[in-house]
Every structure is written in C-alpha cells, then in structure tokens.
Design a protein around this ligand. Structure first.
Ligand SMILES: *[C@@H]1O[C@H](CO)[C@@H](O)[C@H](O)[C@H]1NC(C)=O
Length: 354
C-alpha cells in the first residue's frame, strides 16, 4: 500500500511538472518561427555590439540608447565590460552612436543599464532615468544631460523595497516615475521558479520622493512601460502574456485597468510616437531562443506598430521581422521622422528608413 501511494504521488508530481512545462513553453512561444518582413533600407549601427536594450528619443531627435545590460540568465557578449549609454543625433544624415561620458562619483564598474526614460523639466533641463542593476540589485539612476559636452551628470540613486526587480520606467516628473517589476522575486532561482510556475506576481509601482506605492498588479511579467502623448494613459507590456495593458492614470497617480490587447509575440519595451500616439514595440517571437541562447538557433527580431489602441479595432502591423541572421533579440523600436531605430537585449542596433 505504501508503494502504491508513493507511485501515485510521484505520478501526480510528474503530471503537474509536465503541465507547468507545457504552459511555460506556450508563454515563451517556444515553437514559433518567424516569417520575415523586410525593410529595404537598413544598416547596423557602428559601435553598438553588446546590446541596445532600450531607447528614448527627445523631440529634437537626440536618441539615448542603453547598452551592456547584465541580467541573470541572459546572454552577454562581453560580460566583463560595464554598461554604457550611447547618443545618436537622428537629425543628421548619417548619425553615429557616441558614448556619453558619465560624471565622476558614479560607480561605472557596476553599471548595468536596462530600461530608460527621458523627462524635460520646466527650465528645459533634460533628465535621463536609467534602471540599473549594480551587483544584481535594482536601482533607478537619475542623470541630467549636458548637451554641451555630451555627458551625463549623476543626480541621484533611487532604491526602495518596492523597486525590487525593475525592468523599465517612464518618468512623469523630474524625480518621479512609474516602474515595472518583471518578477516578484529578485533571487535568480526564485525568479526562475516564479516563471516556471506561471505566477502572476509582477507589478507596476509609482515612485516619488513623497510617496511610493503599487499601482497595478497581476502580471506574469510586466516589462515595457510608457505613457500616451496626452499623458492620460499608461501602457504596460506583459511579456509572458503577449499583451499590452492600457491603464488610465488618475490625479493621485493610481492606475485603473481600461483594456488589454492580445498579440502573439513576447513584447519587450514600448515606444510611443509623440505625434501619432502609435505604440511601437521590439518583440521576441520566440522567448525560448532568447533565454537559451545558441549560435545555431538564434533569437529573432520583430517590430510591431499598434495604431488606435483605444479604439474597438486597433491596427497591428508587423513592420519588420528577421530570423536573427541580421539582428538578434529585438527589445525596442523607436521612431523619429520616418526613421526607425531598433535595439536589442545583447546584440547590435539597426537603423532603417521607413
Ligand atoms: C534566415 O534568413 C535568411 C534571409 O532570409 C536566410 O538566408 C537564412 O538561411 C535564414 N536562416 C535560418 C537559420 O533560417
């Protein structure tokens, strides 16, 4: 009888693990292959070879690019090199990526930049908010951009218990922002377990020096976050749910759910075109290939444009898709006056004419 019970228990455990494994493969889109969508006029950006995870563009065409992310379990072509922020002037005919100097007093050696967001202050000062993972922790670094000498002056480091596993941010003031935590846990093993079990414990947090609070919860893995041009709505990508959530922002900074748009790809960062309000995203068609990096089975790239997300039938266009032979693991797509800049988690960056 004892043996029968043991066999039964092992059988049940195996069935549960098998079921969770299948669910995880679904969330990672593990069997999807990408149908190419070509853009005729693209070139790789010189000097960017180990990631361009997130991009934000100022109204004057200056694009900030975060590079050199170290993220647990994620591939990295140069794990010993610290991260950096590049600048590209998209007004120029043939823009180059220039590394921004960072002011003294900031620990460059442990710099591991992730999501970024710009904010223009009342006196036209430009602030750059950067999610950082020094020593595998999460902080948000606030810099002031100095255009005269292409440098970033470090203003402060934000740390908070509610900012435990930060992926992306959107600045809403000179020292306030919304942030996504892509996992509940920050320990690598527990993070993996959380993903494996399919827990929906990931959230969105509002931060200001006066108040810090959870404003949305229940995501598999909240990733990219951004704001509509009229500043009424916040968009959140749930990468493991293949969806974009639209949330209404209230005067007290709370968010309420408006709608969810289901797609068939793992959405990473979100960029909002300030003129049209269109949402552009860098996506991972197959998350398994991204996590288990192999040169024989490269992670692909895919760019979507979502128009009229608030309408009953938003238009979703696959603008670019490629199997990884050119660009591996696209994580962001940002536009400026007919140009498209596509960034990746750990690979290169592609600049295209639309
Ligand atoms: C990727 O796409 C390119 C261009 O379409 C093609 O030449 C190449 O064989 C593809 N690679 C794989 C591994 O499918």
């Amino acid at each position: 009888m004892g043996k029968l019970l043991a066999v039964a228990l092992v059988g049940i455990a195996a069935a549960l693990v098998g079921e969770r494994l299948l669910a995880l493969r679904r969330r990672l889109n593990a069997s999807r292959e990408v149908d190419p969508v070509e853009l005729p006029n693209c070139r790789l950006v010189k000097g960017i070879e180990r990631g361009s995870e997130d991009i934000d563009i100022l109204p004057n065409g200056l694009a900030f690019i975060s590079s050199g992310l170290k993220y647990p379990g994620m591939h990295n072509f140069a794990p010993d090199k610290p991260g950096e922020i590049f600048l590209m002037d998209l007004i120029e005919e043939n823009p180059r990526a220039v590394e921004l100097r960072i002011s003294r007093g900031f620990d460059l050696a442990s710099f591991s930049p992730h999501g970024i967001s710009t904010y223009i202050g009342e006196d036209d000062s430009v602030y750059l908010f950067v999610v950082n993972h020094p020593h595998q922790k999460s902080t948000v670094e606030v810099f002031k951009f100095s255009e005269d000498d292409n440098s970033l002056v470090h203003l402060k480091t934000v740390r908070h218990d509610l900012l435990s596993s930060v992926n992306d941010i959107v600045a809403v003031g000179p020292d306030s922002f919304y942030a996504t935590n892509d996992h509940y846990f920050s320990d690598f093993i527990l993070m993996f377990l959380e993903m494996f079990l399919g827990l929906t414990w990931s959230n969105v947090v509002y931060y200001s020096p006066k108040e810090v609070k959870e404003v949305a919860a229940g995501f598999y893995s909240a990733n990219g976050i951004n704001i509509s041009p009229d500043r009424k709505y916040i968009y959140v990508a749930d990468i493991l749910d293949h969806s974009v959530h639209v949330m209404e922002k209230h005067a007290n900074w709370n968010l309420t759910h408006v709608k969810r748009l289901q797609l068939d790809t793992l959405l990473d960062n979100l960029f909002v075109d300030p003129y049209t309000g269109d949402i552009w995203t860098g996506c991972h068609p197959n998350g398994m290939k991204l996590i288990y990096y192999s040169p024989e089975n490269l992670p692909a790239s895919e760019v979507l444009r979502i128009q009229n997300i608030l309408s009953e039938k938003p238009t979703v266009t696959r603008v670019y898709a490629e199997n990884g032979s050119v660009l591996q693991g696209s994580s962001v797509a940002a536009v400026y006056e007919g140009k498209l800049l596509i960034g990746t988690v750990f690979h290169r960056a592609l600049y295209c004419n639309l």
